[in-house]
Write a protein that binds this ligand. Sequence first.
Ligand code: MLC
Ligand code: AMP
Length: 495
Amino acid sequence: MLELPLIARARAHANSVAFRSAKTSHTYQQLLDRSAMLATALLGDAADLNEARVALLVAPGPEYVAAQWAIWRAGGIKVPICLSATEPEWEYSLTDSGASAVVADATMAGKIEPLCKRLGVRLVNVDAITSAPARKLPEISPDRRAMILYTSGTTSKPKGVVTTHANIQAQIESLVTAWEWSAPDRIPLFLPMHHIHGIINVTCCALWSGATIEPFVKFDTATILDRVRADAYTVFMAVPTIYVKLIQSLEAASPEDRTAFVAGFKKMRLMVSGSAALPASVHEQWTALTGQKLLERYGMTEIGMALSNPLRGERRPGAVGVALPGVEVRLKSESGAIVTREDEPGEIQVRGPGVFRAYWNRPEASAESFDDGWFRTGDMAVRERGYFRIMGRLSVDIIKSGGYKLSALEIEAALLEHPDIRECAVIGVPDATWGEVVAAAVVLAEGVTLELPALREWCREKLSNYKIPQRLLVVKELPRNAMGKVTKPALQTMS
Ligand code: MLC
Ligand code: AMP
C-alpha cells in the first residue's frame, strides 16, 4: 500500500517516545493509532476526503499531530488556524479556504462552535472521539495537496499557501540532512502551530527523525529555563525575540541559576534562530553568555527554508549562510539581471522541490509571484565572502514582529473601521525586542481625540494580539508624494 512517507517513518520508530511532557508521554505507535482513529471519524462514510479543507484548531502536542496525520491519511488538506485569532480572522480562514470541517480540542471547540454553526461548518471535537472501527484508509499520492498556511503579504488579506505532500517532504529532508537530525534528539516546541517554523522545522523534522518533542502551549521563559537546566534538550529552535527575552532573563538571574542555565545551553548540539533578522549584536551576546554560536537560517512559508549557516563551519553573525540541500537560490538585481558577483544586491529568488504549488484560489497572485519558475521572495540580499546577508524587504507594507509576518494593509483596513479614524497608515518601526513593532499614524475626525490604550482595546475584537498597534501617532495629515500617495518612509522619521 502506498503510504505517506511521514507515516512510514513513524512506523519505523513505533516504540520511541514522540512527545513527552511533565505528566505524560506518547509513543509514535500511539500517534499512529490515534491518527487512524481520527481519520476514520473524519471520513465517516466517505472513502477519501479528496482534498477537502479541514481546519485544525488544537493546542501543540500529540493530539495536534494525531489530528494532522488524520487529515492527511484521510486525504484532506490541513488548514491550521491560530489558537488566539479573533472570530473575524477565523471566519476569513474558514471561508477563504472553503473549509468543510474544523477539527478542534474540547477547549477550542467551545470557542469556535458559534462560528461553525453560523457558517454551517462541521465541528469535530477530537476529545469526544474515543473509539472507531478499524478501516482501510485511502492511498495518498505525494502530489496531492496537503496544507494551506495563511500568510500575510502585500495584499490586505492573508493568502493561503498551498503545499503538497512532496513539497513538505522536500522541506523536511533538506533540514534533516543539513542539521543532522537523528532519533536521540530532544526539542522543545513553544512556537505557534499555524506557521512553518513550528510545523515543519520543529515538529515534522523531529518526527521524521524519530526524535522526542516536549510541547508547551506557549513560550514561557521561566518554564523553558528550568527544563534547559535539567538538560532536557539537544536542539533548540526559536525566533530572535525569544533569544532577546532569554538574554534578559539570564542577565537578571542569580549567579548560581545563570551558571546552571548556561550549562544546559552549552550542552545542546544545535541552537537555531530564524523567521526574522537576528541582529549580529544579539548573536554575539548569546555566544558571550552561553558559549553557543546560534545557527541563523532564512526561510519563508512559500518555500520552506532556503538559506542556512552551516552545522559545521563558520556561523557568521548577521549572515544567513548558503543554499540548503535541494534548494536553488539566485539574486536578481533591480535592472533584471541575475547577480553573479559578490557585494551586488538583488531580490532573493528560490527554486526547488520544497517550493509551494500556488496561492489558494489566487491564480493571478500565484503567477505574479514566479519569475520563470523561480519564486520571488520580496527580500533583498547580497552575497559577501560566500554567505548571503539579508538586507530587508522590497515592500514597506510587510512587517515582521516577534517572528510574525504582518500586513500593514490588513491592519489599516481594520483601523479604518474605527468611527473616529478618517485616514491611517501603518508601518513597522525598529524595536530591540520585537524586531519591529506596529505603529499607526492616524488622521482623526473633527473634534475627537484618541489614545493608544483605547485604540488597542477597540482592536481586540478584530485583530490578533500581535497585530494590534503598539504606537500611535495622531497627525493632521499623512505625508504624500506629488501623486497623492502616502509616503511611508517619511512616517519613519515622524515617529
Ligand atoms: C505580544 N506583545 C507584543 C507583540 N506580541 N508587543 C509588541 N509586538 C509584538 N509582536 C506583547 C503583548 O501585547 C503582551 O503585552 C506581551 O507582549 C505578552 O504577550 P504574549 O502574546 O504572551 O507574547 P509572548 O508569548 O511573549 O510572545 C512572544 C513570542 C511570540 C516571541 C513567543 O510572538 C511568538 O511565538 N512568535 C513566533 C511567531 C512564529 O512562529 N513565526 C514564524 C512564522 S514562519 P501586555 O502588556 O498585554 O502584557 C516564518 C518562516 C521562517 O517566519 O523563516 O521561519
Ligand atoms: P513568513 O512569510 O511568515 O514565512 O516569513 C518569511 C519572511 O521572514 C521572509 O520573507 C523574511 O522577510 C523573514 N525572515 C525569515 N528568516 C529571516 C532571517 N534569518 N533574516 C531576516 N529575515 C528573515
